[in-house]
Design a protein around this ligand. Sequence first.
Ligand SMILES: Cc1ncc(COP(=O)(O)O)c(C=O)c1O
Length: 417
Amino acid sequence: MNFEGLLSRVGTGMQQSAIRQMGTVAAQNPDIISFAPGYPAPENFPWDEYGAIADDILRARGRDSLQYGPTRGLPALLDEIMALLGRRGIRATRDELMVTTGSQQGLDLLARVFLDPGDVVLVELPSYTGAITAFRNVQATLVGIEQEADGIDLGDLDRKVAQLRLEGRRIKFLYLVPNFQNPTGLLLSLEKRRAVLAWAADNDVLIVEDDPYGDLYFEDAAGAGDTRPIKADDAEGRVVYLSSFSKTLSPAFRVAWITGPAALLGRFETAKQCLDLCTSDFNQQIVLEAVRRGVLDRQMPRLRAYYQQCRTSMEQALAAQLGEAVSWVRPRGGFFLWVTLPAHVHTAAMLPRAMAQGVIYVAGEAFFVNGTGKNTLRLAFSLAPGAKIVEGVGRLATAVREELAAGGVATPVAALR
Ligand SMILES: Cc1ncc(COP(=O)(O)O)c(C=O)c1O
């Protein structure tokens, strides 16, 4: 049967995620060193504790442990999330909170609840591809705002918004990843957080703040104070905030959350009912117990130190192997290092060369909504073990040198304006 004629406009236009595609390549080639998907390192998962928790839940809760749960999420887990949010400076009530099946579902809910075809969403240049695809799937128009070393460029934001208003375009929200952004690793400065909130109030724009990495700051360069969410200072319900246990406990649980004004949460709940009825109740119980038993609190210092070391190994290897040919802004937390190559290098075209050497990355252009960024790439330092990071960067360096030799003399360029 020919399905093509049956597909909806949305179904026809859906785009594959560049990150997921690379994940498939890595899964099929065990010898490849993968710097592509932002997966947490499995050696850090507390396997024994999860095993004991799952066992206890099945025994203690018996028949109830494998049931459907409420769409909003397990009430006891919502209470723990409220306490966790409190430690980030955010006050939220049960009415203002919902568990989602990964933050990715939260992004999809936002698209469904807010966006009609042609509506404008403002995103950073570059921005997280999972958000880009969720918003594009409902045919929103994405307008990119430049970034500087300390995050979004407020001048560019003003200019682009003025132009959009002149054109009579409807801006639905500004999507930001202020903490250790995916893909650049950038940390939005505290001054800019305040300024962007004030700007949003002046211009009556909603902010969507996506924060899966905020607790993963590296103590040699940042602290909890530097990652204070914009939502923490939001007195008028102008910020919708998403966060997740994926990067701290495990992505396999698919347990995350969304918080915002109560009226909006009601809409998200209705939309979620159609998607999955509820997030896995069993997984929520595991996460709840992991939080209650202190697993999360014990994990955090360990994860910060571990990923900090991965970041340092990658930076040292890049400096030693590629020196002047590439540039980057030092990540102060998170999973990613964003590399800029000489202007004439096209990193998507270079990928087969890298794969032949046995290393993969995500070509940067997938993260730009304006077709730029062809000479950039994202390296995740989170997954490959230490020695593999050095070896992988060595393989990447060989591919880059081959590419430069094939394409002419390299001129270093600044990573960000
Ligand atoms: C910025 C950002 N938002 C959302 C997600 C999705 O996270 P989750 O596993 O909670 O769906 C990711 C995952 O990489 C991310 O980097």
